[in-house]
Design a binder for this molecule. Structure first.
Ligand code: T4K
Length: 379
């Protein structure tokens, strides 16, 4: 029989990271409270309440909300008093490295384990020099980094360990919430995340001294009305963002269920295609924020052809995080030899497609996306 015709175009574009909306009335009521109080920012009641609820949810002692995840990383690096070199993956969003360089630190990229997309502890060990002051692990796509191995290595080498958990709010490692590992962890609550404060982020830690330092740095270094203790910055979250966050948090568990169901629907629709690998997610207990697909080198169709095909059908898939941070400016110019140490990152960057998920993506849409990917009579 002739092959089935290619699936038709979606009428509305499907995005990776389309913001999830909160209950409008509840949010507007909270926003009105903020206006009534005329306390709009600077450690207001909404921010404090959000910090309490996040800390309680994660089972972590301290939560310091910030204006975005990048600022959270920068403040964390300052609070940890880092210097010299910090080891991190290149297979991440550019903000992970930018935050370090912006603080005058030298990012040193280490290769990943292609099975997990997270740092390979052996590659980290090889990247350690006398100038290394810290390891910055990333829980990429919400999948936990190899925490125990990195912890042991950091201890052995006498360097700090902290985590970029921008993707990992609502995820767990062996039953413990992400947020409890290393000296501290940072989250992004950007609009594209399942739990969002529009723009926002947080540093979470069980270390009281570190949390105190992060609070000082977040507010220009002020420790009194007319007195500063350290070099600070303006990294504060405002009250409207916190009001959105409180409303978003109330919906979080329902949303996780949607994202998990979508992940399982993709797994079902794409199973049995030997040249596609769907990166496994923890659909039992964790959130499944990203749908990450690898296209095998011997696939009948190249990744970029599939991407163009999806885009032509209004499925706005992404090549996150192609080509790897080391290949983006200014890193490409600063570290022209980095690629030689990152063969697995470079290979993976040519394979990955991230597919739309979230409340706008139904199971029927997922079956159609799978058909667009696997139909053979396109060209
Ligand atoms: N560390 C890691 C590992 C990160 O992934 C990130 C951020 C950070 C640190 C830093 O955290 P923040 O400082 O951002 O809090 C997006 C997000 O902006 C960024 O937060 C996120 N990671 C990154 C993975 O994705 P872009 O530049 O790819 O987003 P953009 O503008 O292309 O939007 C994604 C899709 O969503 C598009 O199809 C358009 C759609 N969209 C987006 C927004 C904002 C909407 O429909 N409405 C909207 O309001 O970075």
């Amino acid at each position: 029989p002739p092959p089935p015709p290619p699936p038709r175009t979606f009428t509305e574009p499907l995005h990776v990271g389309r913001p999830v909306l909160v209950d409008r009335d509840v949010f507007l009521r909270r926003a009105a409270e903020v206006l009534d109080r005329r306390w709009l920012t600077n450690d207001g009641e909404m921010v404090r309440e959000l910090e309490r609820r996040i800390a309680a949810r994660l089972g972590v002692r301290h939560c310091v909300c910030t204006c975005n995840g990048t600022a959270a990383l920068e403040i964390a690096a300052r609070a940890l008093e880092l210097s010299g070199e910090v080891i991190l993956p290149s297979w991440t969003f550019v903000a992970t490295a930018n935050a370090l360089l912006w603080q005058g630190l030298t990012p040193v990229f280490a290769d990943i384990d292609p099975e997990t997309h997270n740092l390979d502890p052996e590659a980290v060990r090889r990247a350690i020099t006398p100038r290394t002051s810290a390891i910055l692990g990333v829980h990429l796509w919400g999948r936990p980094a190899p925490v125990a191995e990195l912890q042991a290595l950091a201890k052995e080498q006498g360097v700090s360990l902290f985590f970029d958990a921008a993707h990992a709010f609502g995820n767990f490692l062996d039953g413990t919430s992400i947020g409890n590992f290393g000296a501290c962890e940072i989250f992004s609550f950007h609009a594209t995340k399942i739990f969002s404060t529009l723009e926002g982020g947080a540093i979470v830690t069980n270390d009281e001294v570190l949390a105190g330092r992060a609070r000082l740095i977040r507010n220009f270094g002020f420790d009194g009305l007319d007195h500063t203790a350290v070099l600070g910055v303006n990294g504060k979250m405002n009250e409207i963002c916190a009001a959105f966050g409180l409303t978003s948090l109330e919906r979080f568990d329902d949303l996780i269920a949607v994202y998990r169901a979508n992940y399982l629907a993709y797994a079902d629709a794409l199973s049995g295609v030997p040249w596609l690998r769907l990166l496994p997610m923890d659909a039992e207990s964790g959130a499944c924020p990203y749908i990450v697909l690898e296209i095998a080198g011997d696939a009948p169709v190249r990744r970029d052809v599939l991407l163009a095909r999806l885009h032509s059908r209004n499925v706005l898939a992404r090549k996150y995080f192609w080509p790897g941070v080391h290949a983006l400016e200014p890193y490409r110019t600063l570290f022209p030899d980095a690629a030689a140490r990152l063969p697995r990152t470079c290979a993976l960057a040519e394979k990955v497609l991230v597919l739309p998920t979230g409340t706008d993506v139904s199971c029927a849409a997922i079956r159609k996306i799978a058909a667009i990917l696997t139909t053979t009579n396109f060209e």
